[in-house]
Design a binder for this molecule. Structure first.
Ligand code: ADP
Length: 526
């Protein structure tokens, strides 16, 4: 048997290293990171909105990239363990909050991607029906305390398990206190002293603003209740403080990142985001194509792909049947799914859809819940346009898939949109999005150009029913008059790739930047 010989070194002797470089000089981009994500939602266990999807998908893709990622979420009573084994980690863990020790238990569960998820169980805070609010949509009054506790408990868990993460990744106002606790209370800890922090803003409209009577419980001292940190008009603004303390801050699309640094789009926080300079950026969310793609979707009538589009016609017929629309294969169907709120542009739709139905040969379906006047309006619409308009007022995942697959166009005229998932789903289903060019909608949809026959959807800018009406008209005329362009746009749309893998790689870059920033910060402050 031939012996394996060590190859001769090709490094010239003069430059060959004889000793290891100091740890601080190593910036090894390939080194796997230890990451602790802290969040108030995570799919598949608990979801109130897009945040839950993102934590579930991102953690899995970071794990697949080889990183040691762990997640901390509350153990709400509504949390679904999905038949998975739950292990006890600590039957009791003490967490110091502003002079009071709160006691909780910690359990753990694993995701399909083998990500360990720690569940913080605190009966007084989390054993209740809702996540953020009660059945009448009233926010729980103790939300600042519930989530301050979660933010601190995540760090206590690190201390008690000896897990020394390179990065703590906080999400939205609910866990925006974690970066502050790290810097104020754990800067000198042997476990957490080297941990850098990232804060992701999923929606700047929600900032967690509460009365200052909660400040003693939060326990960060008067020196941090100042205008540049947590104070805002004599109240506490949790997101604002998190932005100050995090080593890097990001939001969920590049255009939303730009918009939120302007007075119009900044919801009052533009100056603080601008202060972060290049440490505030946008990373587009990804799509879980295992769930949202017509090739794999078990919830639709017929699977289809760009190469075999025939099934889409079956999906259109199924949609028309489901919503009692006329069985007309050659009439354009426009779909809409989402929270029926002003932000999502449903007010614009309500103010123009009857004009559309009166003047164009189209059918329209809508699925959503939200503001009661919009629920009433869209709930009644099918009675006025029988066979041409359909609606379902409620949350129904199956119908969301059926609308994505069966419609020809997807309407998403948001007033502002941090990223948006539905338009990315639509693209993959060959359902051309009609969007207002804002935030992630602008980043993910390429406007149709009639001259070159390029693009993947239809965009408008002015937030008015008139602009929406004319853009719908443009899309519908393309459907009837330029069929060859429609086919090209559908092919373009379906070839777009917004998978999580790309986004996860960008997050890793962001984490490494935060680690570098933390070294600079420590150098200045120690
Ligand atoms: P946001 O997180 O702002 O509500 P996104 O477009 O980012 O908006 O994500 C919304 C998610 O929730 C999508 O997966 C969408 O399909 C789903 N969704 C919204 N409303 C409903 C509904 N009424 N029924 C089923 N799914 C819904």
């Amino acid at each position: 048997m031939r012996q394996h010989q060590r190859p001769k070194s090709t490094v010239p002797p003069k430059t060959r290293r004889t000793t290891s470089p100091p740890a601080s000089a190593v910036h090894d981009d390939a080194r796997p990171l230890k990451i602790l994500m802290v969040a108030s939602e995570m799919v598949p266990f608990v979801k109130a909105g897009g945040l839950g999807d993102i934590i579930g998908s991102l953690s899995g893709d970071l794990k697949r990239l080889g990183h040691d990622v762990r997640v901390v979420i509350p153990r709400y009573s509504s949390l679904a363990v999905q038949g998975r084994p739950v292990k006890m980690v600590f039957p009791s863990m003490g967490v110091w909050m502003g002079g009071i020790c709160e006691w909780c238990s910690v359990q753990s569960i694993e995701t399909d991607a083998d990500v360990p998820v720690y569940l913080i169980e605190h009966h007084l805070f989390f054993s209740r029906e809702g996540i953020y609010h009660d059945q009448s949509m009233q926010d729980y009054l103790d939300n600042p305390r519930r989530f301050a506790f979660l933010s601190r408990a995540a760090l206590q868990l690190c201390l008690d398990t000896g897990f020394a993460p390179d990065i703590v990744h906080a999400n939205d106002w609910q866990t925006a206190l974690t970066p502050a606790y790290l810097k104020v209370w754990h800067w000198n800890s042997s476990t957490l002293g080297g941990t850098a922090s990232v804060l992701t803003v999923h929606n700047l409209a929600y900032q967690g603003v509460y009365g200052r009577d909660n400040w003693p419980y939060i326990g960060l001292g008067d020196q941090n209740f100042t205008e540049d940190k947590f104070e805002s008009y004599d109240r506490i603004n949790l997101l604002k403080g998190g932005i100050h303390f995090a080593d890097t801050v990001n939001t969920v699309s590049p255009t939303y990142a730009r918009e939120t640094t302007t007075p119009q789009g900044g919801f009052g926080l533009a100056p603080y985001l601008n202060n972060k300079g290049e440490n505030y950026s946008g990373i587009l969310n990804g799509v879980d194509y295992g769930i949202w793609s017509p090739e794999n979707d078990a919830l639709i009538a017929k699977r289809y792909s760009p190469a075999a589009l025939k099934g889409k016609a079956d999906c259109k017929r199924a949609l028309q049947n489901e919503f009692l629309l006329r069985d007309e294969p050659n009439v354009a169907v426009i779909g809409a799914v989402g929270r029926l709120v002003h932000q999502k542009g449903f007010e614009l739709i309500a103010r123009c859809i009857e004009n559309v139905l009166e003047t164009m040969d189209v059918q329209f379906v809508v699925l959503g819940t939200g503001e009661s006047w919009l629920e009433n309006y869209f709930g009644e619409l099918p009675k006025r346009y029988p066979g041409r308009a359909g609606s379902f007022i409620g949350f129904n995942n199956r119908l969301a898939h059926i609308i994505e697959a069966g419609s020809d166009f997807f309407l998403m005229p948001s007033m502002n949109e941090p990223c948006g998932l539905n338009q990315m789903y639509s693209l993959r289903y060959g359902t051309l999005p009609i969007v207002r060019a804002t935030g992630g909608l602008d980043d993910t949809v390429a406007n149709y150009d009639e001259a070159t026959c390029t693009g993947s959807g239809f965009k408008f800018w002015e937030p008015s029913p008139r602009a929406l009406y004319y853009t719908v008209g443009w899309a519908i005329s393309t459907y009837y008059d330029r069929k060859h362009h429609m086919a090209r746009l559908i092919a373009n749309a379906m070839s777009q790739d917004f998978s999580w893998k790309r986004s996860a790689q960008e997050y890793v870059k962001l984490y490494r930047k935060a680690i570098d920033n933390k070294k600079v910060y420590d150098g200045k402050h120690r």
